[in-house]
Design a protein around this ligand. Structure first.
Ligand code: HPA
Length: 264
């Protein structure tokens, strides 16, 4: 058993966790919804040293709507240290705690007129526009991960049903991973829109690949904080992302709560 698993069990008990939740930019406060034990990443060997403002580098293990969950208040992005596999130890820990499901969240820019700032988008699929992969260097044949239905159809159906029951629009779309940390140029946005992407962001895709590698079922939801570069007159900035994310966060919390009640 890894040191982090041992430490988490010591502090939070060893009842199995069902589901992991990764919180994106501006969504860190959702961790407060969970009735449980909060453990700083700094105490957990292998967990990332996250330095992005708007994130909350704590793991919260506890109960949300009668389900035992592990909430990752922050992620390490590729652009922080150039490591696309930075979340691998954290996801391995999640799996060792018993979870078989992961929901990743992020803030993203929209390229679709009908998906506006403040809206949520459920990822139907993604485009790895970075060319990077967290499994480069993995030596086993397990590295050849099928990605055909990477965004789990049953989990997505459950999330759509939860959104519908809450009366919240949850459009599905394709997310493109762009490495960051600079935002995209308008020409890059036109290019990835032509390639079939509906939203763009700097995270999540490495975690989806890692989750599938580990055999975790995974789904991801974007909170749309802005129209992508060149698609509106709005200034794109990290400040703006952090200010806008809470608009989607309230809806996201209702969907997640309903989804977890359906899981019970
Ligand atoms: N591009 C990339 N990442 C983002 C954006 C964007 O427009 N908005 C929030 N995160």
């Amino acid at each position: 058993m890894s040191k982090s698993v041992e430490l988490i069990r010591d502090r939070a008990g060893d009842a199995p966790v069902r589901l992991g939740l990764i919180l994106g930019s501006g969504l860190g406060h959702l961790a407060a919804a969970v009735d449980g034990v909060s453990i700083p990443y700094a105490d957990l060997p292998g967990f990332p040293h996250v330095g992005v403002s708007g994130h909350n580098p704590n793991l919260v293990i506890g109960d949300l709507e009668g389900c035992r969950v592990a909430v990752f208040g922050a992620r390490e992005h590729y652009y922080e240290n150039g490591n696309p596999a930075a979340m691998r130890p954290a996801l391995e820990t999640l799996q060792a705690l018993g979870a078989d499901m992961l929901i990743a969240t992020n803030a993203a820019g929209s390229m679709r007129g009908d998906i506006r700032p403040g809206d949520l988008m459920l990822l139907s699929d993604h485009i790895n526009f970075s060319g990077l992969n967290p499994l480069i260097g993995e030596r086993t044949d397990a590295r050849f991960v099928p990605m055909t239905a990477a965004h789990d159809p049953a989990l997505r159906a459950g999330l759509r049903a939860a959104a519908e029951a809450e009366g919240i629009a949850l459009t599905e779309g394709v997310y493109a991973w762009y490495s960051g940390p600079s935002f995209e140029t308008p020409a890059e946005i036109r290019a990835i829109r032509t390639l079939g992407a509906d939203a763009v962001g700097m995270s999540t895709v490495p975690e989806v690949i890692l989750a599938r590698f580990l055999g975790l079922r995974v789904a991801a939801i974007s909170t749309i904080t802005n129209m992508a570069a060149g698609l509106s007159d709005e200034q794109i900035s990290h400040e703006h992302t952090k200010a806008m994310a809470p608009l989607g966060a309230a809806k996201l919390e209702r969907i997640l709560r309903r989804f977890l009640r359906q899981l019970r």
